[in-house]
Design a protein around this ligand. Structure first.
Ligand code: FES
Length: 112
């Protein structure tokens, strides 16, 4: 989740610690009409979706990265996401989705 615009691990933050702060969760990433936001749509389009535990963290971290670095390199994406652990994936499609969400051409990235 984001607290005052910064990504934090929700499982390590007490609700009382963020009283008065701006808190944004995965639900806040959708468009106002309820459709998928740009990053969520890119995860769907590029098969970056994993389970309900890790995917929200990946999406929220991706949003924070793209706010800081609008056109990240593959290595920058991998470095930024390294705090989000999933033992079920090779991360390739997640990285691809994040780069696509930034508007970059990902066709050169090998399919996985
Ligand atoms: S698919 Fe979510 S932890 Fe692996």
């Amino acid at each position: 989740m984001h607290v005052d615009g910064r990504p934090v691990k929700s499982c390590t933050v007490f609700a009382s610690d963020v009283a008065g702060s701006s808190v944004k969760t995965i639900e806040g990433m959708a468009n106002a009409d309820g459709s998928l936001g740009v990053i969520q749509q890119a995860f769907q389009d590029h098969h970056g979706l994993q389970c309900g535990f890790c995917t929200p963290g990946m999406v929220m971290s991706a949003a924070a990265l793209l706010a800081e670095t609008p056109k990240p390199t593959e290595q920058e994406v991998r470095h930024y996401l390294d705090g989000n652990i999933c033992r079920c994936t090779g991360y390739h499609n997640i990285v691809k989705a994040v780069m696509a969400a930034s508007g970059q051409d990902v066709s050169a990235l090998a399919a996985e």
